[in-house]
Design a protein around this ligand. Structure first.
Ligand code: FES
Length: 143
């Protein structure tokens, strides 16, 4: 049986939808039940400025997605990386044991979105350095 909090988040999910120009996207799926989830994040000053989700799944998958967006909005990336499936389930006053795997989708989705953001950020820095050094070498050739 689901807790009142799970039912409330399932019936009125927060932060639903796709995000245009997301800084990071985490897509996860559960091959056993076929559920799919996308977590989108916007990051500013190493904090999750905005977060949205799109989930095709069971009531628990939708409730955990909704809860993770509520919980992490404004959270520091390092803190968000440490969240576990138990943290999410506890925030929802628990999940039936058979549904605990659903909270894995939400935490895995969040962690992947953060990873995606960090990967893109590293790439941007690397590209900026590459442009700087190639501009520098052009100047050397012209003089
Ligand atoms: S049954 Fe698939 S995530 Fe809940």
């Amino acid at each position: 049986m689901y807790s009142d909090k799970v039912m409330e988040h399932f019936m009125n999910p927060r932060n639903v939808g796709e995000m245009k120009n997301a800084d990071g996207i985490g897509k996860v799926g559960n091959p056993v039940c076929g559920d799919l989830m996308w977590i989108y994040i916007k990051v500013k000053d190493d904090k999750i400025k905005d977060i949205k989700f799109k989930t095709f799944g069971c009531a628990a998958a939708i409730a955990t997605s909704s809860m993770i967006t509520e919980l992490t909005k404004g959270m520091n990336l390092e803190e968000a990386k440490k969240l576990t499936r138990d943290d999410i389930a506890n925030q929802l006053d628990g999940l039936p044991p058979i549904k605990m795997h659903c909270s894995n989708l939400a935490t895995d989705g969040l962690h992947r979105a953060i990873k995606d953001y960090l990967k893109k950020k590293r790439k941007k820095v690397k590209n900026a350095r590459g442009r700087k050094s190639s501009r520098g070498s052009r100047r050397i050739c012209k003089s």
